[in-house]
Design a binder for this molecule. Structure first.
Ligand code: GP9
Ligand code: MN
Length: 715
């Protein structure tokens, strides 16, 4: 009886529709759980994951319900089902090779996919892949043999419409839940696996398609003529190098240490514990900051937008801004032409370049963007031993990260341009447990603020250990080490609770104070120099690249870079935030409000002189942002040839087997190899690295910390 009942249902159009929908759902979930690694952290995320394929599956299949003729209707349903399966399955295969999803760009540039996948695609199949196709085969056979009969009666238009509408409603629910768990998901993208995890494969493809369409539109509207404005701006704005510092670090390795979420107020900060005893938070970084071997900046501001870390990277590699509409790395990183630092240094000075980062390479679309920037190597989480004990949701903790990086660093040919992206001092600043616990936590009502100092202290130790290694291995003397905070660690909404810790009152805190808190340290540490000092010149992150290149003795006058050399006497000190706020040594301009920096006073009436100065700063900042947007949205560097640089071909780059590639180069170069490994007589320097936990340094912590980590939310 029951059997007949189901059979009868299957013999209706809606029943058949339901069957296909369920099968598609099962296949999606199978792929999400078995083939993709989406990093599901809790039950709520599982719930969203299970929900996510349903809306689009129903939506797409429901299109066939409007078809009246039986044969056409059934064929439509099967074709839709098979096409969605094909999309899913192609992604499964692609993911096995690239640990990433297929973008519309990748689909369009079919040549690229085949160059990446090509003959290896066959090797990517697994026996269980039959799961993805068996249902379609069985259903077609059942239909052909009339085991499932075609229902002659069309579905009523009202019913079809109700089903389509229901799918839209479900999608809205899905999106709401996703944004609850991951605010600004669609605006910031983060990485492709985030979109798949929260909204499913189909939505990802459509979303990516829409983004690509917009990017292509903007690109198509731009022409070579637009470049002229930018070129003129750059010519008029770039600053002449300071002859005292130009070439000071010529030929040296560049080692960037990315100080995650590190704000200027941490420099020299001492946190009082519950007994009133003061603890210096970052003693080692402070010592570097004040050293006469370091050019440090006390009035440098971050200029990131929603791309956070990746926006800081955009500025440091290119000396232009991220986008106002979202992260440049995810939106244009795999599309645009760049003339970035690794490429400039490679083509003009013969540098090798590498990024080290203990998170998955797909985050912020780094794995693709770095190819376009011309990075030779990218050592992402797959190169590190990452366990649940030594990592958190943003990847490997800084101490093991730095330590494990040495096995790769030692094989890089010198001179190299390298970047170490630390991550432990990242929101939510969860308190350490076990051996790393012990540094005091602050005592405010906000656990995020409370934990910030301990993670910063941890980062400080990681940097110190790394420096010790650099000295022991001999790298130190041949390197310039650049450190920078990428953006705020404590967001504006939390600043009121921070107020008292930075000597201000909670009640008087205002937008002026928020803006002033956006300072981040910027330090150029050049071993052997003695003229370093802390400069109070006003600076932004787009100024870092021209400064660095001049220190390396590279002429930048033919490059399209929007920042200025901070050591140059011409540096104009107008800092544009990505959101339009402007800071100068005198004023902080937030929308229509103008504050006097010296007193923090809001100027209700401006004198003529003040009005003129403010207007000038506004114009300067606006122009800089406008030029940057024209340059990036229009992909104008594709037209620019006066740099003398050959265009980067991203297809020349592939971040697999980095170690094998480096050792092959060492072998090939023989005596001429300049890697640390070769210089040490083909012996590893890894045992020169010493790392210890907080408790190994300072003894056991006083008491157990009880607070548990908050779940991941974007800040
Ligand atoms: C992730 C890390 C953090 O890999 O760089 O990025 P953020 O959230 O700071 O932008
Ligand atoms: Mn960051």
């Amino acid at each position: 009886m029951k059997h007949n009942y189901y059979k009868n249902i299957l013999n209706t159009r809606l029943g058949f529709f339901g069957l296909l929908a369920i099968l598609l759902w099962v296949k999606n979930i199978f792929a999400y759980l078995v083939d993709f690694n989406l990093g599901i952290e809790n039950a709520f995320q599982y719930f969203i994951l299970f929900l996510s394929p349903i809306p689009t599956t129903i939506f797409l299949l429901s299109a066939a319900l409007y078809v009246k003729r039986p044969k056409a209707a059934y064929i439509s349903m099967i074709v839709i089902s098979m096409l969605t399966t094909l999309l899913l399955f192609s992604n499964v295969i692609y993911y096995r090779e690239f640990t990433d999803f297929i973008t519309v760009n990748t689909m369009l540039g079919a040549g690229k996919v085949s160059s990446g996948l090509g003959e290896s695609a066959l090797r990517m199949f697994r026996p269980y892949d039959i799961v993805y196709w068996i249902d379609s085969i069985v259903i077609i056979v059942l239909l052909a043999t009339k085991k499932i009969k075609m229902d002659e009666r069309p579905v009523r238009a009202r019913t079809s419409l109700a089903i389509t509408s229901f799918s839209v409603f479900l999608f809205a629910a899905n999106l709401t839940l996703a944004e609850m768990d991951r605010p600004e998901l669609l605006k910031r993208t983060f990485s492709r696996d985030h979109i798949v995890k929260y909204l499913g494969m189909n939505v990802f493809t459509v979303y990516d398609g829409v983004q690509t369409y917009h990017a292509n539109q903007r690109r198509a509207q731009a022409s070579e003529n637009d470049l002229i404005d930018v070129q003129n701006y750059v010519k008029g704005h770039q600053s002449a190098p300071n002859p005292d510092t130009f070439g000071m670090a010529k030929g040296k390795n560049v080692i960037y240490i990315h100080l995650e979420s590190f704000q200027q107020f941490l420099i020299d900060y001492k946190l009082k514990d519950e007994n009133g005893v003061e603890h210096e938070v970052t003693p080692f970084i402070n010592s570097l900051y004040h050293s006469n071997e370091t050019y440090s900046f006390s009035n440098a501001f971050h200029q990131v937008g929603s791309g956070k870390t990746s926006d800081a990277e955009t500025m440091l590699e290119n000396s232009f801004f991220g986008l106002s509409q979202g992260p440049l790395f995810t939106q244009l990183g795999d599309k645009n032409t760049f003339q970035a630092a690794p490429d400039i240094l490679k083509q003009t000075q013969g540098y090798t370049s590498a990024v080290f980062h203990g998170n998955g390479g797909a985050f912020w679309n780094r794995n693709e963007t770095y190819k376009h920037l011309g990075y030779d190597y990218f050592f992402d989480a797959s190169y590190y031993d990452v366990t649940s004990d030594n990592s958190f949701q943003y990847g490997l903790h800084d101490k093991p990260f730095m330590e494990q990086s040495v096995q790769y660093l030692e094989h890089l040919q010198q001179p190299f341009y390298s970047k170490f992206i630390a991550v432990t001092n990242h929101y939510p600043y969860s308190q350490f447990k076990g051996d790393e616990a012990g540094f005091p936590v602050a005592n405010t009502p906000d656990p995020t603020i409370n934990g910030y100092f301990a993670t910063a202290n941890y980062l400080d130790k990681a940097v110190e250990e790394f420096f010790t290694y650099l000295k022991k291995s001999g790298l130190y003397d041949n390197s310039i080490i650049v450190m920078y905070g990428d953006h705020y660690g404590i967001s504006n909404s939390r600043n009121k609770y921070l107020a008292e810790l930075v000597g201000k009152s909670k009640d008087d805190w205002n937008e002026f104070d928020d803006a002033q808190m956006q300072r981040v340290p910027v330090m150029f540490h050049i071993p052997g120099q003695t003229n370093g000092k802390v400069s109070d010149t006003y600076a932004g992150q787009i100024d870092i690249l021209p400064t660095l290149l001049h220190l390396l003795g590279v002429d930048t006058s033919n490059y399209i870079q929007l920042g200025q050399d901070l050591l140059s006497k011409d540096h104009d000190q107008v800092v544009a935030f990505r959101n339009g706020t402007v800071v100068t040594p005198k004023y902080t301009i937030i929308g229509q409000s103008v504050y006097l920096n010296e007193t923090g006073e809001l100027l209700n009436e401006l004198t003529d002189e003040q009005a003129a100065e403010v207007e000038k700063a506004r114009q300067a900042s606006n122009t800089q942002l406008t030029m940057s947007d024209a340059l990036t949205n229009g992909d104008l560097l594709r037209f620019y040839t006066e740099s003398g640089l050959k265009p980067v071909n991203p297809e020349d780059y592939d971040y697999k087997n980095g170690l094998e590639k480096m050792t092959a180069i060492e072998k090939e170069k023989g005596d001429k190899s300049t890697s640390v490994y070769s210089q040490h007589g083909n012996k590893s320097t890894q045992d020169m690295y010493e790392t210890k936990s907080y408790q190994e340094y300072y003894g056991p912590k006083e008491k157990e910390t009880t607070q548990t980590s908050t779940s991941e939310k974007s800040e």
